[in-house]
Design a protein around this ligand. Structure first.
Ligand code: HEM
Length: 203
């Protein structure tokens, strides 16, 4: 199909960068995830925090292969080192706890939708500033014990996120790939909610 200037002007997303496009279209869903997570009070007790780590372990396991994908690592510098699955497992070990099996099937991901899952996972480290503070102040965990996976990047959360976003925006994506990535991001948030509900036993 031909793409005209008129289409550009009529589309609310035409002038957005890839990351802005994802952010705009995920904001409401993100906020519902934020509210759901806070509603289960993950930092109110070590028992709740273990459940939160079990949830994080499942989510980060699903995205681990994306971070380690060799092709994507050619395009996004240092991507593999940003994976946080191993750190979540160490956090669980610190609390003498282990992973939890769930009945929800783990998604098999491919194509451009993986970029949406990656956006969701890496972006979660921006808001993790609040979670990290709660883990420190309410439970006494930190970057060396129990809350390794919530610690900021060595460059600082803000700078790291801006650099990461610049790399996402530099991927030369077609409209179809953008749409698939958005589907991936929304699926990732939806999956996270399903796992919160299963692990914390809330409706
Ligand atoms: C209680 C839990 C959470 C809180 C309080 C929280 C809070 C925040 C805050 C304050 C931001 C920065 C927003 C901005 O700069 O405009 C943010 C960004 C983000 N969060 Fe969360 N968040 C939470 C959970 C999550 C989870 C579980 C995920 C993913 C599964 C997630 C994914 C993201 C993403 C992708 C961004 C980047 C948005 C963007 O700038 O494009 N967040 N979060």
């Amino acid at each position: 199909m031909f793409h005209t200037d008129d289409d550009e002007q009529n589309s609310p997303c035409a002038n957005l960068t890839f990351a802005q496009f994802l952010k705009l279209n995920c904001q409401t869903t993100h906020d519902s995830v934020d509210n759901l997570v806070m509603s289960v009070k993950p930092f109110d007790s070590p028992e709740h925090y273990v459940k939160f780590l079990q949830l994080q372990a499942i989510f980060h396991k699903v995205v681990d292969d994306i971070y380690k994908n060799p092709e994507l690592n050619q395009k996004i510098d240092g991507l593999a080192e940003l994976a946080r699955y191993d750190d979540v497992l160490l956090d669980l070990q610190d609390l003498q706890a282990s992973k939890k099996a769930i009945s929800t099937p783990l998604p098999q991901l491919s194509g451009a939708e993986t970029l949406g899952w990656l956006y969701c996972a890496e972006g979660s480290n921006v808001g993790a500033a609040f979670l990290f503070k709660d883990a420190q102040n309410k439970l006494g965990f930190g970057a060396e014990h129990g809350a390794r996976h919530l610690a900021p990047h060595a460059d600082g959360r803000g700078k790291h996120w801006r650099d990461f976003v610049a790399q996402l925006n530099a991927l030369d994506l077609s409209e179809q790939e953008r749409a698939a990535a958005l589907k991936g991001a929304l699926d990732a948030f939806a999956f996270y909610k399903v796992v919160v509900r299963e692990i914390f036993g809330v409706a």
